[in-house]
Write a protein that binds this ligand. Structure first.
Ligand code: GLY
Length: 388
């Protein structure tokens, strides 16, 4: 694209071209794209009034291509698997470049059911996942308890997804910011009201839900409420695996960190507010304590709500914006922004440099939503169909 494609005459916005690439959005996806582009010697600016304050601020950081392989999402599962395979190298390179600990852990994920009904629901999904050839295997109850003695005795059964890992999204964002800046990217902490404000040869819109107002693409907010607990005594939590479970029909996940933090998530609500409700907190805590009773003794440190950027098919939009030469988008990552960060950054940087989309991106182009535009005006918190 920079070597003679649509963007080479530049100049998506007005005025003197200040950067080869202007990235809108300093969440993990935007920062990783900026880092990869800067590593290739491009002049990069990143525009965000509050870096790391979007979905990643509340995200749990599960890298779960297997446990989050859902019915009817085969193409998305392929991209999740591809990105998860890049995570070990990405994490090592980033930790080195930033001199930072990302909280990247490879203990694996347990999927469990509290009651017979819960186990039936979980088992139906992992049978589907096994059918796709994904690495997940049922455990005998004794194996489950040997692996994770903190599980409640009445948990009926479960399965292990050994390749589903985790990272701390807040540490990830800080590390990406350091790495991108060390590679030469310049962070501009200001809001972008319209793409015409940006004087760059290529603009990449990686603004999560904010992409809707900037591009007209149908990206909607999907509210998630999330809790953070802390183990007593300053030690680590009493369990090591990520635990994803169903407890009396309530889906919940528990993500333990070395710092003593446990993330408990999350609601999935088709709403555009960020209110933390008593009912949601009650349901999440009840499900969490039903699965791991010791959590009742933990400190409740934080209750927060954020927005996942969802698209009509819940898969991301990555690639050129039709009808807007020089504009690329990387948004709509919905429940998978953290796991999809490496592959999105690699493929967008490649597209910026070569103008050629990788075949992996074919199912995820914006053209699949032709005629299904979202809002192009600035949204507000109270509007259920919009996001910012
Ligand atoms: N990927 C977990 C969530 O979106 O809640």
């Amino acid at each position: 694209m920079l070597s003679g494609g649509a963007g080479s005459t530049g100049d998506v916005g007005r005025g003197t071209v200040e950067a080869d690439v202007a990235v809108v959005g300093a969440g993990p996806v935007g920062l990783a794209i900026a880092w990869r582009c800067a590593q290739r010697g491009l002049r990069v600016s990143v525009h965000d009034p509050a870096p790391g304050s979007g979905a990643s601020r509340v995200a749990a950081g599960m890298l779960a291509p297997v446990a989050e392989a859902y019915f009817g999402e085969r193409e998305l599962t392929g991209l999740l698997t591809e990105s998860a395979a890049r995570w070990p190298g990405f994490a090592a390179e980033l930790a080195g470049a930033a001199g930072a600990d990302l909280g990247y852990r490879t203990d694996g994920t347990l999927v469990v059911g509290l009651t017979a009904d819960d186990l039936a629901e979980a088992g139906r999904l992992w049978s589907y996942q096994q059918g796709l050839g994904l690495p997940i295997r049922p455990l005998r109850p004794s194996e489950l308890r040997d692996r994770e003695p903190a599980l409640a005795p009445r948990v009926r059964g479960g399965a292990l997804a050994p390749g589903d890992h985790q990272v701390d999204p807040r540490r990830l964002v800080a590390a990406l910011r350091t790495a991108a800046e060390r590679a030469g990217a310049v962070l501009r902490p200001a809001a972008v009201g319209a793409l015409s404000e940006l004087a760059a040869r290529v603009v990449v819109v990686a603004a999560g839900c904010g992409a809707a107002a900037l591009t007209g693409l149908p990206v909607r907010p999907v509210k998630g409420q999330v809790l953070r607990l802390r183990a007593p005594g300053g030690g680590p939590p009493g369990f090591r695996h990520v635990i994803r479970g169903y407890a009396d029909g309530e889906p919940v996940y528990l993500v333990p960190r070395d710092s003593g933090e446990v993330v408990v998530g999350a609601t999935v609500e088709e709403r555009a507010d960020t209110v933390v409700t008593a009912g949601a907190v009650l349901r999440l805590l009840r499900a969490a304590v039903d699965l791991v009773p010791e959590l009742a003794e933990y400190e409740l440190v934080e209750a927060a709500a954020g927005w996942r950027p969802g698209t009509p098919d819940n898969a991301p939009i990555i690639g050129a914006l039709p009808g807007r030469p020089g504009v690329l988008v990387a948004t709509g990552h919905h429940r998978h922004g953290i796991v999809l960060t490496p592959v999105t950054a690699d493929l967008v940087a490649e597209l910026v440099v070569t103008g050629e989309p990788d075949p992996l991106l074919a199912p995820f182009g914006a053209a699949r939503f032709a005629g299904r535009t979202g809002p192009v005006r600035a949204p507000s918190d109270t509007e259920e169909e919009t996001c910012d």
